[in-house]
Design a protein around this ligand. Structure first.
Ligand code: FDM
Ligand code: MG
Length: 209
């Protein structure tokens, strides 16, 4: 494989607020990698609304069923664990995995709703640790100008503000802050630069407390 020194794929995570443009840019990076490399990439959104637990999360977000906050948190986490084998196999083959949201959303949303920090972190401990987290930072004004909130649960201005605050506390050395106020092409350029500069350890790491 021509994928870096270790031959394994990279685990790339996009995080950020609603309407920060992360899903658009995750797709653009997917297309870029598939067009320019032999190894290629796959896109893995979280929540993944296709697998069984994700279908329940989808129904929760559409206000069809209710969850207690802790059960919801564990459902989001289980949704990621369901995909852990696929992520590991894909990385092992030398293929990159791009996640649109990951455990950082899980922790930040649940903490913003008042759950305890160490409790919420526990359920994601041991999941594959991303090589890089691209954090899309967007000002509330710009986000607002991109269209109003949708119909889904959790699309509330005050909650979003609290989630953004909690995200600040999750930043690690593998985080790259992307200025998502910029136009799409500028953001795409910044994402590609970050991708070209990923430094992979020999083995993929694991999330810790
Ligand atoms: N969300 C997403 C969580 O609350 N916890 C999680 O672990 C994840 C992955 O789900 F409001 C929230 C974030 C958002 C909602 O996400 C649906 P998308 O990206 O809009 O599908
Ligand atoms: Mg959404």
């Amino acid at each position: 494989s021509e994928n870096g020194t270790s031959g394994r794929g990279a685990l790339i995570v996009f995080e950020g607020m609603d309407r920060s443009g992360k899903s658009t840019q995750a797709r653009r990076l997917l297309n870029h990698i598939n067009a320019t490399t032999k190894h290629g990439a796959i896109l893995q959104p979280f929540p993944d609304r296709n697998e069984p637990i994700g279908q329940l999360i989808d129904r929760y977000l559409k206000r069809e069923i209710d969850f207690s906050e802790k059960a919801l948190h564990l459902a989001f986490s289980a949704n990621r664990w369901q995909k852990e084998p696929l992520i590991l196999e894909t990385i092992d083959k030398g293929v990159d995995v791009i996640c649109d949201r990951y455990a950082f959303s899980g922790v930040a949303y649940s903490m913003a709703k008042g759950l305890d920090r160490s409790w919420v972190r526990q359920s994601d401990v041991g999941l594959p640790r991303p090589d890089i987290v691209l954090y899309f930072e967007v000002s509330p004004e710009v986000a607002k100008s991109r269209g109003g909130f949708g119909e889904e649960r959790l699309e509330k201005e005050e909650l979003q503000r609290n989630v953004a605050k909690e995200m600040q506390g999750l930043r690690g050395e593998n985080w790259i802050i992307i200025n998502a106020n910029n136009d799409e092409d500028t953001v795409e350029r910044d994402v590609r630069i970050a991708y070209e500069n990923i430094i992979k350890t020999k083995e993929l790491g694991k999330l810790t407390e």
